[in-house]
Ligand binder design. Structure first.
Ligand code: CA
Length: 230
């Protein structure tokens, strides 16, 4: 898979065929994405309640609750996770039903891996931060070359601070809870306590906040990225 310009994403593969699930997870893992797997609808539903995923690859025929029900519950929670539905060949009604329930795209089995990769890339591009420098009041962020400037002065960010910043950029206007942040950053640090998240956020604040850029604390919920574009 071409991994260019897509940041690290968390992806859930929901598929009860172990060979197919392993194959899809392997393809996705090659780009450095964090891939979880679920072999049943209930298991998928539980994971989706507790973890923020950028993408779910969702098989419809599952042993307990089917993919439609998983999708319906996900959308009821107003989750914006991208969903790529896998349906059986010629199941036109399944496709329509899936899209009605809020799937973003579908693939009909059997499919070529190249086709799968292309669909995944297209869906992840929607969530990944845009390429090129982002200009906010007092703050410039160049994602491609990982460079940050505050009032034209370069600022060094640690790997974790950068990951945290990307997390905020990928979800403008959405409150991120400490739990969600911990789940997203777990690839960088094995023992992430919620107190540690507070430390990361406060360090990032001290480095990048300007008169037009704030990471606001939303009491009882988490953090909200607020930045005035220029
Ligand atoms: Ca199946």
């Amino acid at each position: 898979m071409t991994c260019k310009s897509i940041g690290l994403m968390r992806i859930l593969v929901v598929e009860d065929d172990p060979l197919l699930a392993a194959g899809l997870a392997r393809v996705l893992g090659r780009c450095g994405h964090a891939v979880d797997r679920a072999a049943s609808g209930i298991q998928a539903d539980n994971l989706l309640r507790n973890t923020l995923y950028e993408l779910v690859v969702l098989d419809i025929g599952l042993p307990d609750i089917d993919g439609f029900e998983v999708l319906r519950r996900l959308r009821l929670r107003r989750a914006r996770t991208n969903v790529l539905v896998l349906t059986a060949r010629d199941a036109v009604e399944d496709r329509v039903h899936g899209l009605d329930l809020g799937a973003d795209d579908y693939l009909t089995k059997p499919f070529a891996i190249a086709e799968f990769e292309a669909r995944v890339r297209a869906l992840l591009r929607r969530t990944s931060a845009p390429a090129g420098p982002l200009e906010f009041r007092g703050l410039t962020i160049d994602i491609e070359v990982k460079r940050v400037k505050v009032h034209d002065v370069a600022v060094d960010l640690t790997v974790r601070e950068w990951a945290l910043l990307e997390l905020f950029l990928a979800r403008p206007g959405r409150v991120l809870s400490k739990e969600q942040i911990a789940q997203q950053l777990v690839n960088y640090d094995d023992a992430l306590s919620l107190n540690t998240i507070e430390v990361y956020v406060s360090r990032l604040r001290s480095k990048i906040e300007t008169e037009g850029v704030k990471i606001r604390t939303v009491r009882g919920f988490g953090y909200l990225w607020e930045a005035e574009s220029v």
